[in-house]
Design a protein around this ligand. Sequence first.
Ligand code: F6R
Length: 238
Amino acid sequence: LPGTPEEARVTAGELAAGLIASVVQSKPDAVLGLATGSTPLPIWSALARLDLDWSRVRGFALDEYVGLPADHPESYRAVITREVVDPLGLTPSLVHVPGDDGGPIASAGDRYEAAIREAGGVDIQVLGIGRTGHIGFNEPGSSFASRTRVKTLTEATRADNARFFASADEVPMHCLTQGLGTILDARALVLLAFGEAKADAVAGALEGPVSASLPGSAIQLHPEVTVLLDEAAASKLR
Ligand code: F6R
């Protein structure tokens, strides 16, 4: 996308919001796949400017930390509530985060998969990408067939996410994340990336070999993908 980094972020947010809005307009109880982190913020602001009925829309977050108290402000449950559910006016009981049903962690992935299946699957999944090439928290080496499960975060990802915590040590070691297989089951994907730090991961995901060593490359296997990048994130594409 052209323009300054800020202009590109706003445009990307508006374009992604347009895709989501058309899904919600044609299906008032649409199932949205929600990402956290900095990347999707312009989408939520753009959606908040639209006049849409959110009351029946359902949501499933990509991932959640394991080991944070439920009321921690940086748990993805708290982040999704603050950044998506409250500003848009989604119905809180229709929005799910892995492990938030109070059951045992070991089987939380299976329960989350069942909940997504019962909802009829994700209509449109928002994705960011990590420097390691992760989507969700599927770090390099994740199977393309993987489903929601507990994973260990890489040191690079913990360092990147330290900005949300008082110190790097406070970033949890583990997470629950939708698998690459789960993500690929969504009917449409929209991946956003901004900034030079993402350029290698973006080039690998879009143009590199389809390989578990760069989990984002799994999106090449999906028939319905929209990718929205600023100049810096696109700078290593051929
Ligand atoms: C977040 C997630 C991650 C982030 C990625 C980029 O739910 O699953 O894959 O999308 O780590 O993070 P930001 O957007 O903060 O650069």
